[in-house]
Design a protein around this ligand. Structure first.
Ligand code: DGJ
Length: 323
């Protein structure tokens, strides 16, 4: 059973060892007959050494595996922070919103994230607003850090990001590109064939102006992109967009949340969308960020309801069965 709890409650989920699952703002990839759930490990150090509530990582990206999406085995740290002060990954730092896709041609797993170097504070200089990339031969092995860069040009800071692998094997980096204090907009950039760099093919999604925390899903002729507004860790009203093609026109479809009277996405923020293997169920993964202690963030998983008129909606459920 998936237990989200009451809409104002923080619920810890536990792995098979009895430890709190600690995989912030990541995603799920299905490989080798299992779901692999990954994210940044976040927990506060004494004296706020890694930001308020522990919002920067001193561990890295961790992974859990499950056959049924309910019982999770800890698979360990797949992309660790480094002990070397001269290394890109010296903590505290951030692999924010990491996302993994598999390249069928190179047979490599590729992880992209919004990279923020030591001490893990968002900024404008190189190394604090960039896209970071890592690679691995196996889904749950040790990922090799390849470095960081900016898509399109150096004039746009990289903020929240996601990646999306299309049905034809092409892949895309989607991010909140910040050009000035006010001018922030979702952009989609096609990745190279090996998924390790950016092509020149991109689109500014004008309708998704000042949106972040994007997640994309495709179903029956439409791509849907769910997003949040820009209020940092504070919850705000979700909004979704749809398009017939990734580089096409994205239509503003409004708030997908039903009976979300306060306009807070049920006190959470979009993280990722995954398909339950062999079914037509798509699950909206969100996070109820606990800014006092990020170890105790809640994961809010809800099924997406798709409708005949190519719209979608999400209803809150305190608990539900995924299969
Ligand atoms: C906004 C993002 O959407 C959040 O998930 C988080 O990354 C904060 N920024 C960090 O300040």
């Amino acid at each position: 059973m998936i237990v989200n709890g009451k809409a104002d409650e923080f619920v810890d989920w536990y792995d098979a060892d009895g430890n709190i699952i600690n995989a912030s703002d990541g995603g799920i990839i299905y490989a080798d007959g299992k779901y692999h759930w990954y994210g940044q490990a976040l927990r506060p150090l004494p004296n706020g050494a890694n930001g308020n509530g522990g919002q920067s990582t001193v561990t890295g990206v961790v992974m859990y595996a499950s056959a049924d999406l309910e019982n999770w085995e800890y698979e360990g740290v797949i992309l660790p922070c480094s002990d070397d002060p001269n290394n890109d990954l010296y903590p505290p730092m951030r692999f924010e919103r990491p996302k993994i896709i598999y390249n069928d041609k190179t047979k490599k797993y590729v992880l992209w994230c919004h990279y923020v170097d030591y001490p893990g504070d968002h900024g404008e200089r190189s190394g604090t607003a960039d896209a970071g990339v890592a690679i691995c031969d196996t889904v749950n092995g040790k990922y090799e850090w390849l470095g960081f860069c900016r898509p399109i040009d150096d004039n746009g800071y990289v903020r929240d990001c996601t990646v999306y692998k299309d049905n034809d094997g092409s892949a895309y980096f989607i991010f909140d590109r910040q050009e000035t204090e006010w001018n922030r907009c979702q952009h989609i950039v096609k990745l190279s064939d090996d998924y390790l760099s950016f092509t020149n093919e991109y689109k500014r999604i004008e309708t998704a102006f000042r949106r972040e925390a994007a997640a994309i899903v495709y179903r029956r002729g439409y791509y849907y992109m769910l997003t949040s507004g820009l209020t940092s860790w504070r919850f705000n009203r979700a909004k979704y967009f749809r398009a017939k093609s990734l580089m096409g026109d994205w239509e503003d479809m409004g708030d997908p949340c039903v009976n979300d009277d306060e306009g807070t996405t049920f006190n959470s923020q979009t993280t990722f969308i995954f398909n339950v293997e062999g079914t037509d169920m798509y699950v909206h993964m969100a996070e109820r960020h606990n800014t006092k202690n990020f170890l105790h963030c809640s994961y809010i998983w809800l099924p997406i309801d798709f409708h005949d008129d190519d719209t979608l909606s999400i209803n809150y459920r305190e608990s539900w069965n995924i299969k």
